[in-house]
Design a protein around this ligand. Structure first.
Ligand SMILES: [Zn+2]
Length: 280
């Protein structure tokens, strides 16, 4: 049985596919599920079950059925971790499927690692359908004569589990970087061209909006001018034009020919009055 690195496949898998797909939160949940099957020690002690019982060690918690159960719980309780999904609180089917399959793989990694080591009891893989215990035909990791929780044991686990996972994760990361870099260098030309087209489109729309606004404004001004002209004609026709014009727009009214005629007539009347007074 693996002792130290049951959590490693969860982290290795998450690092391999990247955090766009497996969030850090989901990775931690996966790591916990990868360690969880060994809780059977507690069940065995508390329940007083014998070591080889289905509720003993490597019993129901190390089965495919238990992994499926955890995957179903992950499907039901999956929470949105993508930023966009967090904002809308909408969980896509793909998010649930990723969470469920990741938890399934992490939980299954536990009995798999246990079985790769040539020590310990076999596993009840097919619980609840069958309580019988089966060992994998290939158990390459030899820990014969080693004591658990020792540095020798840790080194064996590092050699068979830790280092291969690290290598796979590193290659995957490098691959993703290269793919991104190639995509960027390929897309640069197209991107700048399409960006140019986008800018021209935006400018066109802005112009259209502006011209529509201007035309609307011009029409409003024209209507206002017509109204003003009508008001002016009405005032002049009513005979109150002089006073109103003087109040509103004296400078222009003062230059008006009719105003000049009025002023001349007034001056003549005054002159005539002064003459008649002088005579009297
Ligand atoms: Zn175990």
């Amino acid at each position: 049985m693996a002792v130290f690195l049951h959590f490693a496949p969860a982290i290795g898998l998450a690092a391999t596919v990247g955090k766009r797909i497996i969030s850090p939160r989901l990775m931690l949940a996966g790591a916990a599920c990868a360690v969880l099957p060994d809780v059977d020690f507690l069940v065995m002690k508390l329940g007083g079950f014998p070591y080889g019982h289905i509720y003993g060690h490597r019993g129901f918690t190390h089965s495919i059925g238990f992994a499926v159960l955890l995957a179903v719980l992950a499907w039901l309780w999956a929470v949105p971790w993508r930023r966009q999904a967090q904002q809308t609180r909408k969980l896509r089917w793909a998010d649930r499927a990723i969470a469920a399959s990741f938890i399934l793989l992490c939980t299954l990694s536990h009995p798999l690692l246990d079985n790769l080591i040539n020590a310990g009891i076999c596993t009840a893989w097919f619980w609840p359908l069958d309580d019988a215990r089966t060992c994998l035909p290939w158990r390459p990791i030899s820990v014969s004569g080693m004591r658990m929780f020792t540095l020798d044991w840790l080194w064996v686990e590092m050699k068979w589990i830790g280092l291969p996972l690290l290598a796979v994760a590193a290659v995957a990361r490098l691959w993703r970087r290269m793919a991104r870099w190639m995509k960027q260098s390929d897309g640069n030309g197209e991107a700048s061209e399409s960006a140019g087209i986008e800018t021209v489109k935006q400018q066109k729309t802005q112009k259209e909006v502006l011209s529509a606004r201007t035309q609307h404004q011009i029409k409003a001004y024209q209507a206002e001018a017509v109204l003003l002209r009508m008001r002016l004609q009405a005032i002049e026709a009513s005979g109150l034009g002089t006073e109103a014009r003087r109040e509103n727009d004296t400078t222009t009214w003062a230059d008006h020919p009719r105003a000049q005629r009025q002023r001349r007539r007034l001056a003549l009347e005054l002159f005539a009055q002064s003459l008649t007074r002088g005579v009297q």
